[in-house]
Design a protein around this ligand. Structure first.
Ligand SMILES: Cc1ncc(COP(=O)(O)O)c(C=O)c1O
Length: 391
């Protein structure tokens, strides 16, 4: 049966010849499936809650957007946000959580400012556009950076084996990007790094989508707009012993130690975005926590990859099979003309946001935590049907 609403209003399943017509381009909730890579889909119940709270937050008589970040309701909200994030993320006691602005991109210079002592080198594993940015920004800020491996020659289709990593002599930290949003690869496990180094992770596009092996990490950062909220806030999980590494000249707004001391509000914080992080963490908790998210994300991605694999020669997934991402499914069609037709027809069928990044072209279906299973089923049906008609 179709997951789309039946425009005839009858209770019988939507006839298959209507499934992809523009007459039926909405879900039963009245929305289209949003495959955007970020900002991206939110759960319907979270959006409904936001609607209510924008009008009247916690019975205060005015909305969350209008609240002071120094007043009692925000004190409570912030404390609850930290608490639920810690609970659902199973964040150990030796980690602090801070909320910053500037997106994941700003962590490219904030991390070395805090964690890279003079005379030491930071190593980076270059697995896509964003990790290249990280290393470039570190270099531009005058830090000593080293590439332990680059996937450029492989068009970023695959991730490195442990034996391919070539670390510098004594790195202070090794930076990885756990999920590569643009190329659709995802690390299945963390690399082993030299003793004396800490592992730093750009977890922007898979944070809280599966359990985290905290004991392997020193720091994980993620801007919220994919898996854990709306744009405007970057959540940083940092091990407590690393807070002391920053010298006294690190500006207060960029200093993790100061952010902890000032409860992530040394100035006016992005309080609406932080509020959405709380709603998303609550939602993850209600939906099975990280184990629940992981199981659901595996099931969703399987439906889509199975459909792609069922049409070999027509669809070409970008990522090597062993490195496929559960979050971003990137693939090409035989010609650019077919890709344009695919995009137009997918929109008409109730699926938006699948145009791939300009670096790869083709299609990218982003199916983060909040993306519904039903949308993956619809996409799978569409993939097979489109290949049948155009292959
Ligand atoms: C893996 C990854 N890292 C970093 C970024 C940059 O994030 P921001 O736009 O918050 O700076 C993105 C954005 O999509 C991303 O996917």
């Amino acid at each position: 049966m179709s997951v789309l609403s039946n425009p005839s209003g009858s209770s019988s399943p939507t006839p298959s010849h209507l499934l992809y017509s523009s007459a039926v381009n909405r879900t039963a909730g009245g929305r289209v499936f949003n495959f955007n890579a970020g900002p991206s889909v939110l759960p319907e119940e979270v959006i409904r809650q936001i609607q209510d709270d924008v009008w009247d937050f916690a019975g205060t008589g005015f909305g969350i957007l209008e609240h002071s970040h120094r007043a009692k309701p925000y004190d409570k909200l912030l404390a609850e946000t930290f608490a639920v994030l810690r609970e659902v993320g199973r964040v150990p006691a030796d980690f602090e959580i801070v909320m910053m602005t500037g997106g994941s991109s700003s962590q490219n210079y904030i991390v070395p400012l805090n964690l890279l002592p003079a005379g030491r080198t930071a190593d980076y594993i270059e697995t896509d556009f964003w990790s290249v940015r990280s290393i470039e920004d570190g270099r531009q800020a005058g830090h000593s950076v080293h590439s332990a491996w680059s996937g450029k020659a492989h068009e970023y289709r695959r991730l490195p084996a442990q034996s391919e990593l070539q670390f510098s002599a004594n790195p202070a930290y090794v930076h990885i990007t756990s999920n590569n949003t643009i190329y659709g690869t995802q690390m299945q496990t963390e690399p082993q790094i030299p003793s004396g180094a800490v592992l730093v992770c750009d977890g922007c596009s898979d944070i809280l989508s599966k359990p985290i092996a905290w004991e392997k990490y020193g720091l994980i950062y993620a801007s919220a707009q994919k898996n854990i909220g709306t744009t405007g806030v970057t959540v940083v999980f940092v091990r407590k012993d690393l807070l002391e590494r920053a010298g006294p000249t690190v500006p207060r707004m960029l200093q993790y130690r100061n952010m902890v001391k000032e409860d992530s509000r040394p100035n006016t914080p992005p309080h609406f975005a932080i509020y959405t992080v709380k709603l998303m963490a609550d939602w993850i908790k209600r939906n099975g926590g990280l184990d629940g998210m992981h199981a659901r994300n595996i099931a969703k991605a399987k439906v889509v990859y199975d459909a792609l694999d069922a049409c070999p020669g027509f669809y070409s997934p970008h990522a090597a099979r062993a490195d496929r991402s559960l979050m971003n499914v990137c693939f090409r069609l035989p010609t650019v003309e077919l890709e344009e037709r695919f995009l137009a027809e997918s929109v008409a069928s109730g699926m938006d946001g699948m145009r791939g990044h300009r670096a790869t072209g083709g299609m990218r279906a982003s199916i983060y935590n909040a993306f519904p299973y039903e949308g993956c089923v619809l996409l799978a049906q569409f993939l097979v049907e489109f290949a049948r008609r155009n292959g």
